[in-house]
Write a protein that binds this ligand. Structure first.
Ligand code: MG
Length: 156
């Protein structure tokens, strides 16, 4: 088996949509980035690529490439899943944490798990998404949202 770990942070900005785990979330600000800035999916992509030592999201989908401007991160996730498969592995399970002071994410968690399970061709019971705050401290205070992901891959 192989294990992978991913981490990402994006800044919150007014006038942007907030998309986490492929799900649009009602909020007065969204995450800033070259793509849709889905920080959770970005952490998951790095975990998947890391597990098969296939580089990282910045190398694969550079933010200097106009092809990826405002791209749906789910498209990138599906691509990362393909790389995992091409290496002869499939997702055993995925465990993630989103750090956000606000908004409350609990109502969206199930929908995120469903979207991620579809994109990764796996069962929803193999996908865990948790949400926490950093008590107003650190990068996930008022100004941004961070996410971490750990994935276990098994040979197909
Ligand atoms: Mg990112």
């Amino acid at each position: 088996m192989k294990i992978g770990y991913g981490y990402d942070v994006h800044r919150l900005q007014a006038g942007r949509r907030l998309v986490l785990g492929g799900v649009e979330i009602a909020h007065d600000r969204g995450l800033l980035g070259h793509s849709d800035a889905d920080v959770l999916i970005h952490a998951i992509i790095d975990a998947l690529l890391g597990a098969v030592a296939a580089g990282d999201i910045g190398t694969l989908f550079p933010d200097t490439d106009e092809t990826f401007r405002d791209i749906d991160s789910r498209t990138l996730l599906i691509h990362a899943g393909k790389i995992v498969h091409d290496n002869g592995y499939e997702v055993g399970n995925l465990d993630c944490t989103i750090c956000a002071q606000e908004p409350k994410l609990q109502p969206y968690i199930y929908e995120m798990r469903k979207a991620l399970a579809i994109d990764l061709n796996t069962d929803i019971d193999s996908i865990s998404v948790k949400a926490t705050t950093e008590e107003g401290l650190g990068v996930s205070g008022a100004d941004g949202i961070s996410a971490t992901a750990v994935v276990l891959l098994r040979p197909m």
